[in-house]
Design a protein around this ligand. Structure first.
Ligand SMILES: N[C@@H](CCC(=O)N[C@@H](CS)C(=O)NCC(=O)O)C(=O)O
Length: 280
Protein backbone atom coordinates (compact mmCIF):
# COMPACT_ATOMS: atom_id res chain seq x y z
CA UNK A 1 0.00 0.00 0.00
CA UNK A 2 1.33 3.42 -0.96
CA UNK A 3 1.87 5.99 1.74
CA UNK A 4 2.38 9.69 1.00
CA UNK A 5 4.26 11.73 3.58
CA UNK A 6 2.58 15.11 4.05
CA UNK A 7 4.95 16.60 6.62
CA UNK A 8 7.64 15.71 9.12
CA UNK A 9 9.23 17.44 12.11
CA UNK A 10 11.91 16.45 14.60
CA UNK A 11 10.68 16.50 18.20
CA UNK A 12 12.35 15.34 21.44
CA UNK A 13 14.92 13.40 19.43
CA UNK A 14 12.22 11.54 17.50
CA UNK A 15 10.04 12.36 14.51
CA UNK A 16 6.46 13.48 14.14
CA UNK A 17 5.25 12.62 10.64
CA UNK A 18 1.89 12.95 8.89
CA UNK A 19 0.78 10.61 6.12
CA UNK A 20 -2.01 10.06 3.58
CA UNK A 21 -3.10 6.73 2.16
CA UNK A 22 -5.99 5.39 0.12
CA UNK A 23 -8.30 3.43 2.39
CA UNK A 24 -9.95 0.61 0.44
CA UNK A 25 -12.16 0.01 3.47
CA UNK A 26 -13.48 3.56 3.79
CA UNK A 27 -13.36 4.46 0.09
CA UNK A 28 -11.43 7.68 0.61
CA UNK A 29 -8.04 9.16 1.45
CA UNK A 30 -7.24 8.89 5.15
CA UNK A 31 -4.66 10.97 7.03
CA UNK A 32 -2.86 10.01 10.25
CA UNK A 33 0.14 11.11 12.32
CA UNK A 34 2.89 9.03 13.91
CA UNK A 35 5.31 10.06 16.64
CA UNK A 36 8.37 7.81 16.29
CA UNK A 37 10.61 7.99 19.38
CA UNK A 38 14.42 8.05 19.19
CA UNK A 39 14.67 4.45 20.50
CA UNK A 40 13.03 3.21 17.27
CA UNK A 41 16.44 3.17 15.63
CA UNK A 42 17.50 0.36 16.09
CA UNK A 43 15.01 -1.04 18.64
CA UNK A 44 11.44 -2.20 18.14
CA UNK A 45 9.11 -0.04 20.23
CA UNK A 46 5.55 -0.48 21.56
CA UNK A 47 2.68 1.15 19.69
CA UNK A 48 0.10 3.34 21.42
CA UNK A 49 -3.04 4.44 19.55
CA UNK A 50 -4.70 7.76 20.45
CA UNK A 51 -8.32 8.25 19.32
CA UNK A 52 -9.52 11.85 19.35
CA UNK A 53 -12.88 13.39 20.13
CA UNK A 54 -15.58 15.23 18.22
CA UNK A 55 -14.36 17.85 15.69
CA UNK A 56 -10.74 16.66 15.93
CA UNK A 57 -8.20 15.34 13.44
CA UNK A 58 -4.72 13.90 14.07
CA UNK A 59 -3.56 17.44 14.82
CA UNK A 60 -5.29 18.29 18.10
CA UNK A 61 -3.43 15.81 20.28
CA UNK A 62 -0.11 16.15 18.47
CA UNK A 63 -0.17 19.96 18.67
CA UNK A 64 -1.78 20.55 22.05
CA UNK A 65 -1.06 17.68 24.45
CA UNK A 66 2.75 17.70 24.52
CA UNK A 67 2.77 13.89 24.32
CA UNK A 68 6.10 13.83 22.46
CA UNK A 69 8.13 14.39 25.64
CA UNK A 70 6.82 11.32 27.50
CA UNK A 71 6.70 9.19 24.34
CA UNK A 72 10.36 10.00 23.73
CA UNK A 73 11.28 9.32 27.37
CA UNK A 74 9.57 5.90 27.44
CA UNK A 75 10.31 4.93 23.84
CA UNK A 76 6.73 4.53 22.63
CA UNK A 77 5.42 5.11 19.12
CA UNK A 78 2.12 7.02 19.18
CA UNK A 79 -0.33 6.96 16.29
CA UNK A 80 -3.13 9.51 15.95
CA UNK A 81 -5.69 8.56 13.27
CA UNK A 82 -8.41 10.90 12.05
CA UNK A 83 -11.85 10.77 13.68
CA UNK A 84 -13.79 9.92 10.51
CA UNK A 85 -13.51 9.46 6.76
CA UNK A 86 -13.35 12.82 4.96
CA UNK A 87 -13.73 14.38 1.52
CA UNK A 88 -16.25 16.00 -0.80
CA UNK A 89 -17.76 12.62 -1.69
CA UNK A 90 -18.09 11.56 1.94
CA UNK A 91 -21.46 12.06 3.65
CA UNK A 92 -21.50 14.87 6.20
CA UNK A 93 -23.82 16.86 8.43
CA UNK A 94 -23.81 20.51 9.47
CA UNK A 95 -23.79 19.55 13.14
CA UNK A 96 -20.39 19.16 14.86
CA UNK A 97 -21.42 15.85 16.45
CA UNK A 98 -22.36 13.90 13.31
CA UNK A 99 -20.58 13.05 10.08
CA UNK A 100 -17.05 14.19 9.27
CA UNK A 101 -15.08 14.62 12.49
CA UNK A 102 -17.58 12.46 14.37
CA UNK A 103 -17.18 8.86 13.17
CA UNK A 104 -17.76 7.33 16.63
CA UNK A 105 -15.42 4.38 15.90
CA UNK A 106 -18.15 2.12 14.53
CA UNK A 107 -19.30 0.57 11.24
CA UNK A 108 -22.34 2.43 9.97
CA UNK A 109 -25.15 0.35 8.49
CA UNK A 110 -27.48 3.20 7.50
CA UNK A 111 -27.51 5.52 4.49
CA UNK A 112 -25.89 7.86 3.63
CA UNK A 113 -23.12 6.76 6.01
CA UNK A 114 -22.55 3.07 5.23
CA UNK A 115 -20.30 3.58 2.18
CA UNK A 116 -17.50 5.31 4.11
CA UNK A 117 -17.97 5.16 7.87
CA UNK A 118 -16.13 2.07 9.17
CA UNK A 119 -13.83 3.61 11.73
CA UNK A 120 -13.64 0.63 14.12
CA UNK A 121 -12.46 -1.72 11.36
CA UNK A 122 -10.15 0.97 10.04
CA UNK A 123 -8.46 1.41 13.44
CA UNK A 124 -8.31 -2.26 14.41
CA UNK A 125 -7.56 -3.84 11.05
CA UNK A 126 -6.65 -1.68 8.05
CA UNK A 127 -4.42 0.95 9.65
CA UNK A 128 -2.36 -1.53 11.74
CA UNK A 129 -1.43 -3.30 8.49
CA UNK A 130 -0.26 0.02 7.04
CA UNK A 131 1.80 0.70 10.18
CA UNK A 132 3.34 -2.79 10.21
CA UNK A 133 4.34 -2.42 6.54
CA UNK A 134 5.74 1.12 6.63
CA UNK A 135 7.06 1.49 10.20
CA UNK A 136 9.29 -1.54 10.79
CA UNK A 137 10.20 -0.32 14.30
CA UNK A 138 6.57 -0.76 15.40
CA UNK A 139 6.29 -3.80 17.68
CA UNK A 140 2.75 -4.93 16.85
CA UNK A 141 2.86 -7.52 19.65
CA UNK A 142 2.89 -4.63 22.18
CA UNK A 143 -0.01 -2.28 21.47
CA UNK A 144 -2.10 -0.08 23.75
CA UNK A 145 -4.95 2.33 23.11
CA UNK A 146 -6.21 5.57 24.64
CA UNK A 147 -8.25 8.58 23.66
CA UNK A 148 -10.46 11.53 24.57
CA UNK A 149 -14.24 11.85 24.87
CA UNK A 150 -15.71 10.09 21.79
CA UNK A 151 -12.19 8.70 21.28
CA UNK A 152 -11.90 7.64 24.93
CA UNK A 153 -15.04 5.64 24.35
CA UNK A 154 -13.61 4.23 21.12
CA UNK A 155 -10.47 3.20 23.00
CA UNK A 156 -12.39 1.42 25.78
CA UNK A 157 -14.70 -0.44 23.39
CA UNK A 158 -11.84 -1.53 21.12
CA UNK A 159 -9.83 -2.69 24.15
CA UNK A 160 -12.80 -4.69 25.47
CA UNK A 161 -13.32 -6.27 22.04
CA UNK A 162 -9.65 -6.91 21.26
CA UNK A 163 -7.86 -7.35 24.61
CA UNK A 164 -5.08 -9.47 23.10
CA UNK A 165 -4.31 -6.75 20.57
CA UNK A 166 -4.65 -3.68 22.83
CA UNK A 167 -3.03 -4.85 26.06
CA UNK A 168 -3.40 -1.51 27.83
CA UNK A 169 -6.17 1.09 27.83
CA UNK A 170 -6.84 4.55 29.21
CA UNK A 171 -9.12 7.49 28.52
CA UNK A 172 -9.55 11.20 29.18
CA UNK A 173 -13.14 12.38 29.79
CA UNK A 174 -14.70 9.45 27.93
CA UNK A 175 -18.30 8.93 26.93
CA UNK A 176 -18.94 5.50 28.51
CA UNK A 177 -22.65 4.80 28.05
CA UNK A 178 -23.57 6.18 24.61
CA UNK A 179 -26.92 4.35 24.52
CA UNK A 180 -28.00 6.53 27.44
CA UNK A 181 -26.71 9.99 26.47
CA UNK A 182 -27.63 12.50 23.72
CA UNK A 183 -24.32 12.37 21.76
CA UNK A 184 -24.50 8.59 21.56
CA UNK A 185 -28.22 8.36 20.88
CA UNK A 186 -27.99 10.86 18.03
CA UNK A 187 -24.96 9.19 16.40
CA UNK A 188 -26.20 5.63 16.87
CA UNK A 189 -29.64 6.46 15.42
CA UNK A 190 -28.02 8.00 12.35
CA UNK A 191 -25.30 5.38 11.82
CA UNK A 192 -27.00 2.21 13.11
CA UNK A 193 -30.74 2.86 12.90
CA UNK A 194 -33.28 2.53 15.68
CA UNK A 195 -32.16 1.32 19.13
CA UNK A 196 -31.31 -2.39 19.01
CA UNK A 197 -28.62 -4.90 19.90
CA UNK A 198 -26.56 -3.17 17.20
CA UNK A 199 -26.22 -0.24 19.61
CA UNK A 200 -25.10 -2.42 22.50
CA UNK A 201 -22.09 -3.82 20.64
CA UNK A 202 -20.70 -0.27 20.54
CA UNK A 203 -21.53 0.70 24.13
CA UNK A 204 -18.72 0.37 26.70
CA UNK A 205 -21.13 -0.14 29.60
CA UNK A 206 -23.02 -2.90 27.79
CA UNK A 207 -19.79 -4.55 26.62
CA UNK A 208 -18.23 -4.61 30.09
CA UNK A 209 -21.23 -6.54 31.39
CA UNK A 210 -20.35 -9.33 28.94
CA UNK A 211 -16.55 -9.26 28.89
CA UNK A 212 -13.84 -8.08 31.22
CA UNK A 213 -10.10 -7.80 30.55
CA UNK A 214 -7.00 -8.39 32.67
CA UNK A 215 -5.94 -4.76 32.28
CA UNK A 216 -6.73 -1.93 34.65
CA UNK A 217 -8.43 0.78 32.60
CA UNK A 218 -7.17 4.21 33.66
CA UNK A 219 -9.60 7.14 33.30
CA UNK A 220 -9.24 10.82 34.19
CA UNK A 221 -12.16 13.25 33.96
CA UNK A 222 -12.40 16.88 35.11
CA UNK A 223 -14.99 17.95 37.67
CA UNK A 224 -15.52 21.20 35.70
CA UNK A 225 -16.12 19.34 32.41
CA UNK A 226 -19.18 21.00 30.85
CA UNK A 227 -20.24 17.66 29.32
CA UNK A 228 -19.94 15.70 32.57
CA UNK A 229 -23.56 15.38 33.63
CA UNK A 230 -25.24 15.31 30.24
CA UNK A 231 -22.85 13.23 28.10
CA UNK A 232 -20.20 11.50 30.22
CA UNK A 233 -22.14 10.22 33.26
CA UNK A 234 -19.19 8.28 34.73
CA UNK A 235 -21.29 6.60 37.45
CA UNK A 236 -23.05 4.33 34.94
CA UNK A 237 -19.78 2.81 33.73
CA UNK A 238 -18.01 2.73 37.10
CA UNK A 239 -20.95 0.84 38.59
CA UNK A 240 -20.97 -1.68 35.69
CA UNK A 241 -17.21 -2.24 36.09
CA UNK A 242 -17.57 -2.71 39.87
CA UNK A 243 -20.45 -5.13 39.47
CA UNK A 244 -18.87 -7.20 36.70
CA UNK A 245 -15.26 -7.24 37.92
CA UNK A 246 -13.51 -5.01 35.39
CA UNK A 247 -10.51 -3.33 37.00
CA UNK A 248 -10.87 0.43 36.63
CA UNK A 249 -8.89 3.35 38.05
CA UNK A 250 -11.34 6.25 37.54
CA UNK A 251 -10.10 9.63 38.82
CA UNK A 252 -12.14 12.82 39.04
CA UNK A 253 -9.74 15.78 38.75
CA UNK A 254 -10.82 18.87 40.60
CA UNK A 255 -11.47 21.97 38.50
CA UNK A 256 -10.43 20.60 35.11
CA UNK A 257 -12.53 20.90 31.94
CA UNK A 258 -13.01 18.92 28.71
CA UNK A 259 -10.08 20.52 26.93
CA UNK A 260 -6.47 19.90 25.96
CA UNK A 261 -5.21 21.97 28.92
CA UNK A 262 -6.61 19.13 31.03
CA UNK A 263 -5.30 16.37 28.76
CA UNK A 264 -1.80 17.90 28.74
CA UNK A 265 -1.84 17.96 32.56
CA UNK A 266 -2.30 14.17 32.80
CA UNK A 267 -0.69 13.01 29.55
CA UNK A 268 2.57 11.97 31.27
CA UNK A 269 0.66 9.76 33.72
CA UNK A 270 -1.28 8.09 30.93
CA UNK A 271 1.81 7.36 28.87
CA UNK A 272 3.56 5.99 31.98
CA UNK A 273 0.53 3.72 32.57
CA UNK A 274 0.89 2.29 29.05
CA UNK A 275 4.68 2.10 29.30
CA UNK A 276 4.37 -0.12 32.41
CA UNK A 277 1.85 -2.44 30.77
CA UNK A 278 3.71 -2.63 27.45
CA UNK A 279 7.15 -2.98 29.07
CA UNK A 280 8.54 0.04 27.25
N1 LIG B 1 -17.03 23.33 21.25
C1 LIG B 1 -16.31 22.15 20.93
C2 LIG B 1 -17.25 20.97 21.06
C3 LIG B 1 -16.63 19.70 20.74
C4 LIG B 1 -15.50 19.39 21.68
O1 LIG B 1 -15.43 19.79 22.86
N2 LIG B 1 -14.60 18.62 21.15
C5 LIG B 1 -13.53 18.12 21.95
C6 LIG B 1 -13.58 16.62 21.87
S1 LIG B 1 -15.17 16.02 22.37
C7 LIG B 1 -12.20 18.62 21.43
O2 LIG B 1 -11.18 18.01 21.71
N3 LIG B 1 -12.19 19.73 20.67
C8 LIG B 1 -11.03 20.24 20.00
C9 LIG B 1 -9.95 20.82 20.83
O3 LIG B 1 -10.17 21.15 22.02
O4 LIG B 1 -8.82 20.95 20.32
C10 LIG B 1 -15.73 22.24 19.54
O5 LIG B 1 -16.44 22.58 18.58
O6 LIG B 1 -14.52 21.94 19.39
Amino acid sequence: MTLTQVSSWQSFGGTLSVHDHESALQNCTMRFAVYTPPQADPEKVPVLWYLSGLTCSWANVMEKSGLQRAASQHGIMIIAPDTSPRGEDVADDDAYDLGQGAGFYLTATQEPWAKHYKMDQYIADELPKVIAEHFPAADMSRQGIFGHSMGGHGAITLHLKHPDMYKSCSAFSPITSPCQVPWGQKAFTAYLGDASVAWEQYDATELVKERQTKATILVDTGTADTFLERELKPEIFTEACRKHGQRLDYNMRDGYGHDYYFIASYMDEHIAHHARALEA
